[in-house]
Design a protein around this ligand. Structure first.
Ligand SMILES: C[C@](O)(CO)[C@H](O)COP(=O)(O)OP(=O)(O)OC[C@H]1O[C@@H](n2ccc(N)nc2=O)[C@H](O)[C@@H]1O
Ligand SMILES: Nc1ncnc2c1ncn2[C@@H]1O[C@H](COP(=O)(O)OP(=O)(O)OP(=O)(O)O)[C@@H](O)[C@H]1O
Length: 309
């Protein structure tokens, strides 16, 4: 009896990956290192606002982007999605001839790791499209080369990032947290915000960054009120110094019923932790009506990391 020849696995024509935004529930920043980066204790939480990255075979590497902020996204090889494709292709000796389409819903230059999400998403999508078979460890190592926030975009959930934020330890998040994000007009440059942190701390001995035990316990218990009491961002004074109007947004969110508010990462998006989904809708409407932000969006956390859809 003849045995049928094994059917080779079909090469997918297109792969789409969904990747979440992040908020930093604690961002403890140390002194500037000799390489210009800062050591961090960075407690990341993935939130349910997503970009979708679709990769298709093409005759050359090209990028397109859709969504309300698409005009602010670079479409050349500086795009983190293009850099991710080039990094994997370079390691495998593959021609990086793909069309990468980014359906962008994460605010651009908003401190929510939108570019990092696209880098992680394109990397996973190219790995599947090319059947490159990269291990999780190799994917994480390429992510770390692309940027400090990129490894977390791949893994999602909740994690503590040390080093420059790229060395991750998974954290337990014991429940659903409800958030509202106030999106500002225009972005803030991440290096400029770290530069302002250095300027504000000139002559000050900056302590070693450490994660707060009380914050980690609140996260593990799923206790929103306890988490609200411990939220902390060492970049917030720098972001407020560069964009003083964010104080009005923070005040408007608190007045509307948020448990607490803070600048998300390097800003200028501000993040508000609220008690439940109904309050989230109410706070989002109040923030939008307040005139202190461009728009406000409700989202839940934790969210899954980069996922093939
Ligand atoms: C503010 C955060 O979003 C918080 O998660 C991140 O720390 C920023 O991560 P990112 O955007 O991926 O940053 P990278 O692309 O790695 O670095 C951009 C620039 O930010 C500054 N940077 C970034 C990370 C870090 N730990 N220290 C730094 O000083 C450096 O000036 C660096 O040149
Ligand atoms: N795929 C991308 N999407 C958006 N911006 C990108 C992308 N690739 C490169 N960039 C560049 O990166 C800059 C920062 O964009 P991004 O949306 O990642 O900021 P961010 O959310 O503040 O980042 P982070 O929170 O990681 O500091 C943009 O102004 C843009 O020039």
């Amino acid at each position: 009896m003849s045995v049928p020849a094994p059917v080779p696995a079909a090469t997918p024509a297109a792969v789409t990956v969904r990747v979440p935004a992040k908020v930093n529930v604690q961002l403890a920043v140390g002194a500037a290192r000799p390489d210009g980066f800062h050591d961090l204790a960075n407690v990341f939480l993935a939130v349910g606002l997503y970009d979708e990255v679709t990769v298709t075979e093409s005759d050359e590497l090209r990028i397109t982007c859709s969504g309300p902020d698409a005009g602010q996204v670079p479409l050349d090889r500086t795009n983190l999605a293009a850099r991710a494709a080039l990094a994997l292709a370079g390691r495998r000796g593959i021609d990086p001839a793909v069309h990468i389409h980014i359906a962008k819903d994460i605010p651009v230059a908003g401190g929510m790791a939108g570019g990092s999400a696209d880098g992680a998403g394109a990397l996973l999508a190219c790995d599947r499209l090319w059947q490159a078979g990269a291990s999780r460890a190799e994917l994480l190592s390429i992510c770390a080369e692309l940027g400090s926030d990129v490894p977390f975009s791949l893994v999602g959930g909740a994690a503590l990032g040390t080093g420059r934020g790229e060395q991750l330890r998974t954290l337990e998040a014991g429940g659903t947290f409800h958030w509202v994000f106030a999106v500002a007009d225009g972005g803030l440059s991440t290096p400029a915000v770290y530069g302002e942190f250095d300027r504000l701390n000139e002559g000050v001995r900056v302590p070693e960054p450490t994660a707060s035990e009380a914050l980690l316990a609140a996260l593990a218990k799923g206790d929103a009120e306890a988490l609200a009491a411990t939220l902390a961002n060492d970049l917030q004074p720098a972001a407020l110094s560069l964009r003083p109007s964010l104080r009005d947004t923070l005040e408007a969110g608190r007045a509307a019923g948020a448990l607490a508010g803070l600048v998300s990462g390097s800003g200028p998006t501000t993040a508000f932790l609220v008690g439940d989904g109904d309050t989230a809708e109410k706070v989002a409407q109040a923030l939008t009506a307040s005139g202190t932000c461009r728009t406000a969006r409700a989202a839940v956390a934790p969210a899954l990391g980069a996922t093939v859809v």
